[in-house]
Design a protein around this ligand. Structure first.
Ligand code: HPA
Ligand code: ZN
Length: 324
């Protein structure tokens, strides 16, 4: 039976497609592509998923992505995700991919893009879901590498809705990417950045002031800075919060301590998403369900969170109206 948390229509705005690589698919693609992985079984893969912080996760996440080689692999990965998302009540998805994770291993940008867009067309036909793709720059690499990626993306730019910024946050502040974000905006792309996941509230200010982002990914640590909370609330800035990720990466101790309702109470336009669900224990409906139970959220709060996901989406006004 489909429960309320799966049934309520929602937009997925914070989902790394590489983070939907389930252990079963990792093992199957390793065999299909004859790629060696340091795990003998699906159980061994799962057993490795005990993280202490963001970096301990990223090391495994990048290693897992090694099995993704062909256009078909990227298609199969994304198609499996869209099937799960549809079952979770996702009617619109704006998904990230990390081109540099693949181009640095010699996989052509076009191979990745062709596979992903083939799956997008399939999801639209099969589920009636609308999908946008956001290409995310890796912040542990330098800005020139991001510029090279923007150049590789040139033939695809009218098909991407925006750019993002992810990977190791602390020590890689938003300002490091000021020029490439300005160039991305000039090309008509929307801008998001992970900020305030592990990094300080100052990184959120910087994402707003220097990168001029349209959306903040995570943003939990804004709660340490009342002036920043007031600013984000005034700007109706969307924060794409990922409760199961926050627990898995030890940004909050337990779901019972999660700030999601305090963020809403403070006037923030917070939303709930899944980040890297194959690694963190659940897709979007499970994020809704488990944090709602742990924080005793009311139906009205859950409705607000789902509604905020559409308000935060990069939809045209006419399309947005159809979802509200
Ligand atoms: N944070 C930063 N980078 C990431 C994440 C995340 O949660 N998931 C995938 N890349
Ligand atoms: Zn993320």
């Amino acid at each position: 039976m489909t429960d309320f948390h799966a049934a309520i229509p929602k937009a997925e705005l914070h989902l790394h497609i590489e983070g939907t690589l389930e252990p079963e698919m990792m093992v199957a693609l390793a065999a299909r592509n004859r790629v060696a992985i340091p795990f003998a079984s699906v159980e061994e893969v799962r057993a490795a998923y005990r993280f202490t912080d963001l970096q301990s996760f990223l090391d495994i996440y990048y290693a897992g992505a090694e099995v993704l080689r062909t256009e078909e692999d990227f298609h199969d990965l994304a198609a499996a995700y869209f099937d799960r998302a549809a079952a979770d009540g996702v009617v619109h998805a704006e998904i990230f991919f990390d081109p540099q994770t693949h181009t640095h291993r010699g996989i052509p940008f076009d191979t990745v893009a062709r596979g992903l867009f083939a799956a997008v067309e399939g999801a639209q036909a099969k589920h009636g879901m609308t999908v946008e793709i956001i290409m995310s720059y890796l912040r542990h690499l330098d800005e020139d590498d991001a510029f090279a990626t923007l150049k590789l993306a040139e033939p695809w730019l009218d098909r991407f809705v925006g750019v993002g910024l992810d990977s190791s946050e602390v020590g890689n502040p938003p300002a490091k990417f000021a020029r490439v974000f300005a160039a991305s905006r000039e090309r008509g792309l929307k801008l998001c950045a992970h900020a305030g996941e592990e990094g300080p509230p100052a990184y959120i200010h910087e994402a707003l002031d220097v990168l001029k982002v349209d959306r903040i990914d995570h943003g939990n640590r804004a709660m340490e800075d009342p002036a920043l909370v007031a600013r984000l609330a005034r700007a109706a800035m969307t924060l794409t919060v990922c409760p199961l990720s926050n627990v898995a990466l030890r940004n909050v101790d337990t779901l019972a301590d999660h700030p999601i309702d305090r963020m809403l109470d403070a006037g923030l336009r917070a939303t709930i998403h899944s980040d890297d669900p194959a690694y963190f224990g659940g897709y979007i409906a499970e994020n809704f369900r488990s944090v709602a139970a742990a924080r005793n959220l009311s139906r009205a709060q859950v409705v607000t969170l789902a509604r905020n996901s559409f308000l935060g989406a990069f939809l045209t006004d006419a399309t947005l109206a159809g979802h509200l």
